[in-house]
Design a protein around this ligand. Structure first.
Ligand code: SF4
Length: 363
């Protein structure tokens, strides 16, 4: 019989922990569930839950945002569409007055928020005289439906500015550090649904860290937390699938095939972090005619020259890497709030700073 959250909490509290354990999650949805449910304060003090690189908007490099802004401002008859969060993310280009897609819209560019790839197709079909640029910033779960859209065929006037990212290379990079910022991993359920649980086996096999895949409810998260703690205590490390009802071996073969046939893996920059090898998803050569970077090389070049990393004082990179908590940034709640965000982690619904602020976490 499945246990409820209260029962999992009781089991965790009964564990004979003798030293602190840092457990990282790499999913904005996990972080939101943990924060909203108040799991941190409910768990024993020795358990530290650390938000990691789970927000695609937060790691989207400034040069890509800058490029989308420049296309919107400078390309006649262009429409830039992006998922809503992306519109408010600020770039740190001091010489320019327009520092976000939202500001570009206010300056007259045709920038539109969308909620799904099919909306981009619909807009392109309804505006045949315009060039529609779909700015795609997202992890595997966002890229899979984009791949499906490409495989179905898209209008000639629809271009993509891809800023797709794979989650696991960032985790691998964190584990490769001499002093990793965590001791165990809660792996993202939705990414595993698409790519398969096997994607996280390296955490166990190559690094010897406990890992468990979790869903988004408190009971599923607590089951995963219990699993990694139990693994540490028993010295028996394995990848536990605590979301078996949804995460199946090998994931979703159709989605994986679509991703593999339309997108290609590239070395990619992560905002404030730098280039992580083989961590990006870009359009494959077969779709070069839909690649906004190739269609507008001047903006790609300018973006590379002008874009920096983070706004002054913003510690998003260290938040994303799990090196500090959102409350450790001196701007948190001072000059940086959801109303007036300084960095991307306070903009996105999946950003740890915004989640902590919205959940009332202040210390
Ligand atoms: Fe960046 Fe604001 Fe978070 Fe500080 S509080 S890390 S400035 S988003």
């Amino acid at each position: 019989m499945a246990l409820d959250a209260r029962q999992w909490l009781d089991k965790i509290r009964a564990l004979p922990l003798t030293s602190p354990v840092r457990i990282m999650n790499v999913c904005g949805g996990h972080e939101r569930s943990i924060s909203m449910a108040g799991l941190r304060s409910a768990l024993p003090d020795m358990i530290d839950l650390i938000p990691g690189p789970g927000c695609p908007v937060c790691v989207c490099p400034e040069e890509d945002i800058y490029q989308a802004i420049q296309i919107g401002l400078n390309e006649p008859d262009s429409i830039v569409v992006a998922f809503g969060d992306m519109l408010r993310v600020p770039v740190n280009v001091s010489s320019k007055s327009v520092r976000s897609l939202e500001q570009a819209k206010a300056a007259g560019a045709d920038i539109r928020p969308i909620a799904s790839p099919s909306e981009a197709v619909r807009i392109a079909k309804s505006e045949p005289g315009k060039t529609v640029v779909f700015f795609v910033a997202g992890f595997e779960t966002t890229c899979a439906p984009v791949a499906g859209m490409l495989a179905e065929g898209i209008p000639d006037n629809l271009l993509l500015l891809m800023s797709g990212r794979l989650t696991w290379p960032a985790v691998e990079m964190l584990l490769d550090y001499e002093t990793p910022s965590f001791d165990a991993l809660i792996a993202p359920g939705h990414v595993s649904t698409v790519m398969g649980p096997e994607e996280w086996q390296f955490v166990v096999d190559r690094h010897g860290f406990p890992a468990a895949i979790a869903g988004f409810t408190p009971d599923s998260l607590l089951a995963a937390i219990y699993s990694v703690l139990r693994q540490k205590l028993d010295g028996r490390i394995f990848l536990d699938n605590c979301y078996e009802q949804v995460v199946k071996p090998h994931g979703n073969p159709t989605a994986r095939r679509l991703v593999e046939s339309t997108l290609t893996i590239v070395d990619a920059p992560w905002r404030g972090i730098g280039i992580i090898p083989a961590s990006g998803l870009e359009l494959s050569a077969d779709y070069a005619q839909h690649n906004a970077r190739l269609r507008f090389p001047v903006h790609a070049e300018n973006a590379r020259k002008n874009a920096g990393a983070m706004p002054p004082g913003c510690d998003c990179a260290r938040v994303v890497l799990g090196r500090i908590k959102p409350v450790d940034c001196k701007l948190f709640g001072a000059s940086c709030t959801p109303r007036s965000p300084v960095g991307p982690c306070m903009v996105s619904d999946e950003g740890a700073c915004r989640i902590w602020w919205s959940s009332g976490i202040r210390t």
